[in-house]
Design a protein around this ligand. Structure first.
Ligand SMILES: NC(=O)c1ccc[n+]([C@@H]2O[C@H](COP(=O)([O-])OP(=O)(O)OC[C@H]3O[C@@H](n4cnc5c(N)ncnc54)[C@H](O)[C@@H]3O)[C@@H](O)[C@H]2O)c1
Length: 438
């Protein structure tokens, strides 16, 4: 393929070298003439393992050209990878000035081009940028249309500086966000041979995935470091602890706990987190990330409260009271916190939970509910149907098959379902459906 690459920093230079190595003809474009001169001489503009030899080899092959001229690069190629920098602005927002300038230039040159062209944005871009910012610029500059005369798509880059050639050849996955199949097929030709899964998604999701991945990486590093500071203060070897933490591939290094849903609660996580934070406080160890968890959990609970209150309805039916499906443990259940809030606001409240039998609750579990919802006896019903019959809004915290079946059979058109549990077959429900964050 004939490919142009705009922006020859870490991402662009490594892509240029690897694509040329794989037999493609590549035109590199940058506004930095120093970088162009280096590449022209077979030298690398970035310090990366393997790049000195690779750049020398691909430039000698004759498959690499460099130019500051956008038009020359576009005329000679059918596909462009756009890899210009998108640094932070002083206020933390994304500085897109280089990208906007380039989009205007690319659009202007697209006006002259009579053949189709595919533009693949590889720079990290805040969600919505391609569709709401770059597409209008390029359509108005070119007088042509995305999806007809040219294609725009977004393919996040996952390489890491220091191991970027290896990461180019073995990425965690290839993700292409596109609104039609043509650019996806072109990218499949280019990257489909890589030993990883290839996913097509919406442009916005592809933009968001990149942020989600980087935020997750930052979170993981910070978690390990906060644990290390606490371990040091406790005289514990942090490597021994974290090595063991990572050996649990069932709960720790796995999909577990990574599905969006309702707030956490129960008899373990909140109390153990509090005890961890107290340990740290007693030893003057700062753990701001762990310290922010309960606050974030409360924000999630408040989000659910706002959704229910925004309905304007006053008869609330709660389905599920325990902290997760399949248990009668009510201790620190966020569903109990929700019920407390609705009750405190004077709303009419009924509750159904197939696992919770008030007469069988014992010990700390009974004490917790007596303290937080002393009127629980009057609120709980044994039948889902009874709760549904007398409610305008159903707040569903259980994805239990019996609950799903009951909702499908008895829900009325005038009722609202606020789903905290991501119910299966939610599209088939009558009434108005509102997911917690979906
Ligand atoms: N560095 C990484 O490891 C990495 C990994 C994944 C994603 N990303 C993302 O990829 C993008 C590029 O990152 P980078 O580290 O390679 O950036 P970089 O700052 O090293 O390079 C960007 C290049 O773009 C050039 N440029 C600016 N305006 C231009 C224009 N109008 N035309 C042509 N070239 C222009 C600059 O001169 C510079 O050489 C960023 O959005 C970044 O967030 C970076």
């Amino acid at each position: 393929m004939n490919i142009s690459i705009f922006g020859l920093g870490y991402v662009g230079a490594v892509s240029l070298a690897c694509l040329a190595r794989d037999g493609h003809t590549v035109y590199g474009v940058d506004v930095d003439l120093g970088k162009l001169a280096l590449i022209g001489e077979g030298k690398t503009p970035v310090v990366e393992e393997g790049m000195i030899d690779l750049m020398q080899q691909v430039v000698a092959s004759g498959r690499v050209s460099v130019t500051p001229d956008v038009r020359a690069a576009m005329v000679n190629t059918e596909l462009s990878l756009i890899c210009v920098g998108t640094p932070s602005a002083a206020n933390g927002s994304q500085d897109q000035s280089a990208m906007l300038r380039l989009a205007r230039d690319l659009g202007a040159f697209m006006r002259e081009k009579s053949t189709k062209h595919t533009f693949v944005f590889r720079s990290t871009l805040v969600p919505g940028t391609v569709e709401e910012v770059l597409r209008p610029i390029m359509e108005s500059e070119s007088g042509k249309h995305d999806g007809v005369d040219f294609h725009l798509c977004f393919q996040p880059e996952f390489l890491r500086e220091g191991t970027s050639i290896r990461d180019y050849d073995q990425p965690p996955f290839t993700i292409v966000g596109a609104s039609c199949p043509e650019p996806v097929e072109l990218l499949r030709q280019l990257f489909g041979h890589l030993p990883c899964q290839f996913h097509r998604t919406s442009i916005r999701s592809a933009e968001m995935v990149k942020y989600s991945c980087n935020d997750f990486h930052a979170l993981k590093i910070t978690f390990a470091n906060e644990m290390a500071r606490l371990c040091e203060a406790m005289g514990v070897d942090p490597f021994e602890v974290m090595d063991l933490v990572c050996k649990d591939t069932q709960l720790n290094i796995s999909k577990a706990y990574l599905r969006p849903g309702f707030a956490f609660g129960g008899s373990c996580l909140p109390k153990d987190l509090r005890a961890t934070l107290y340990l740290a406080k007693m030893r003057d160890v700062e753990l701001p990330m762990l310290g922010g968890i309960m606050q974030s959990n409360q924000a999630h609970l408040d989000h659910a409260i706002r959704k229910v209150m925004a309905s304007g309805k006053r008869r609330i039916g709660m389905i599920g009271l325990s902290f997760k499906t399949g248990t009668d443990d009510l201790r620190e259940s966020p569903m109990v916190a929700l019920a407390e809030h609705f009750f405190g606001k004077g709303l009419s409240l009924l509750v159904y939970d197939p696992e919770v039998n008030l007469s069988k609750l014992l010990g700390a579990n009974r004490r917790f509910i007596e303290q937080h919802l002393p009127h629980i006896g009057c609120l709980m019903k044994n039948d889902l149907e009874d709760v549904m019959a007398e409610s305008d809004v159903l707040v569903v915290g259980l994805a239990d098959p019996k609950v799903v079946d009951g909702l499908q059979r008895h829900l009325r058109d005038d009722q609202i379902v606020i789903d905290l549990a991501r119910l299966p077959d939610r599209g088939e429900l009558r009434g108005e459906y509102l997911g917690l964050c979906w």
